[in-house]
Design a protein. Structure first.
Length: 321
């Protein structure tokens, strides 16, 4: 089935999946764009393995040769070797990195030279002693970050006691601490989590003893996104939705139910960088380009089906029951 008229005419539905047209390369953020956007910027990213893949994709766009492959391989996005990945594209592993799927897993990575400064912190909860320590460390840096990007949800909702009630309380603590630790000039961005499927019990954050959580997690992500966005807005934290743009692209997800294939991963990187550009008003090239890279997705969001509509929850008590 194809949509015959209007902005959705380029979308085709086959077997219940929407096939988006391939985005021309000129409509995606190029290496040149990313270099212009992040020159002399200090960027800090907090999140899980999907956030780490964003960190790696940004480094790849910054540093790759023109003749290199356009995408990282799945093995490069999500390393599976038993040994610690000491360096990726000349970044440094500052702490942690030991293999494991426990909530005490830590990983701190940094790429820094005379032009770019990007940090990544792996977190398994949106706010705990580890995140508090990270924010204190950031606030005590000689230089204040220009951009702080945070995304945390699946670990929060599956691996801790009373996860939903604790998640909402921890979000309030997170955003309060972010505002206290960083000046208004710092762009603070909260990412709503992309869709998850039936999460595998091997190779992800879930282990067999938490198997029951995988049944409810897809809908919990929807509700958690709605509420986390509301709480972030109350604290004047910028919010970027990564759920709706990928709701109809779930065939581009990896078999583990959580991670994404390279084209979807690059689309996600593109959306985040365009938002950073919008909030920092840094790169005139991207300003002129606008949101062409996600135009078909925007049409889908505004004119077609909104997956939040059937799960919209006003009272947070309904989430924690």
């Amino acid at each position: 089935m194809a949509f015959q008229n209007g902005p959705l005419s380029s979308l085709v539905v086959r077997d219940g999946q929407v096939n988006f047209p391939r985005i021309p390369p000129r409509q995606l953020c190029t290496s040149e764009d990313v270099r212009g956007l992040l020159t002399d910027k200090f960027v800090v990213i907090l999140g899980d393995s999907n956030s780490r893949s964003f960190y790696k994709d940004v480094l790849y766009l910054l540093l790759r040769d023109d003749d290199a492959s356009p995408y990282l391989t799945p093995q490069e996005y999500f390393w599976t070797k038993k040994e610690v990945e000491r360096s990726f594209l000349d970044d440094k592993l500052l702490a942690g990195g030991e293999k494991g799927r426990g909530t005490n897993y830590r990983e701190v990575r940094e790429y820094r030279d005379d032009t770019y400064w990007i940090q990544f912190h792996f977190i398994t909860r949106c706010y705990d002693d580890n995140v508090e320590s990270i924010l204190k460390g950031i606030s005590s840096c000689p230089r204040t970050p220009d951009v702080v990007i945070v995304c945390s949800m699946p670990w929060d909702l599956t691996r801790y006691p009373e996860p939903k009630m604790a998640y909402l309380a921890n979000l309030d603590k997170l955003f309060s601490h972010m505002n206290a630790a960083m000046p208004p000039s710092c762009v603070k961005l909260w990412l709503l989590y992309p869709p998850v499927g039936q999460v595998a019990l091997k190779g992800t954050f879930l282990t067999p003893e938490f198997a029951a959580a995988k049944e409810t997690l897809p809908q919990d992500i929807v509700t958690g996104n709605q509420l986390s966005g509301q709480i972030a807005a109350q604290h004047r934290i910028h919010v970027l939705d990564l759920y709706r743009p990928f709701f109809w692209c779930q065939d581009q997800r990896e078999k583990d139910g959580v991670h994404w294939k390279n084209r979807a991963r690059r689309r996600m990187t593109n959306i985040i960088l365009l938002k950073v550009n919008e909030l920092t008003s840094r790169c005139s090239v991207l300003q002129n380009r606008g949101n062409l890279g996600i135009s078909s997705i925007q049409c889908m969001e505004t004119l077609w089906f909104n997956p939040y509509s059937q799960f919209f929850i006003i009272d947070p008590k309904a989430f924690v029951r």
